[in-house]
Design a protein. Sequence first.
Length: 280
Amino acid sequence: MVRRLFGAILRAGLMVMLVATPSVLVPGVSAEGGQVVAILALAAAALTTFEYATTYPSIVEFRNAPPFNRIRFLSLFASILCLSIIARSQTDPSITVEFLTSIGILIGQAIDFPYSPVHAVVAILPADAPFADLVQLRAFAGMSYLISLLSVAVFLIALRLTNWPFFRQESFNLWVNLPTFSPTRSGDIVRRLKRDARWNIALGFLLPFLTPMLVLETAALFDTFETIETQTIIWTVAAWAFLPASLFMRGIAMRRVAVMISDGRKQSEALPRNGYPATA
């Protein structure tokens, strides 16, 4: 119990750090904006504490199947941190800021070709937007997209090198790790898991192209391009890259669980009731 509570408090502190990073690093944050960030950070900390301090799950998936959520958190935190540092390029031209900005610009230029996700993000800017805003947005998109691709690659490597989801544990509780998935509904659970996995992977592929279209339509409807703050752009671009990668990882994980259940069924069918394998 004490270990679980300590882990929940530690995770809550990390969530506070994640939410507060842009407001701490990005210059020009208003007092009202700082108060909103503080409220959101406390809400995220409370939700994380309640989720991980209790035995029964609520909404967080794969809670007891590391390193799934750890890779996702590190991916989002790295994206938010790098974008916040790049946003300081105009006010703090230090070596670290210029180095990350240069990497983001190079990656953005390399990926910014027609029909690419980065090109779809850059295309949401108005035609008369300043060149500095175009360069910064391309650097944001390139850096965040690179981090999302690396997170998926790290997760695939972890699956290859470890016996996930049996990492540091002997059993996998489907209800605890997939609380929003009801195994008692109609239909075979393996077939439903594989179907949901395909939907997650397909949505993860389409989301980088659909999100800029939604942002463009919303901004055109409310005419808010000129009033968007840097923090909002950072969170929007980070979510644009993080959510598809998270869906990819979720789809891959659900398919892995489906294969695990299918293999367990085959092993059970191969054993007769006395516990010894059947012989030909």
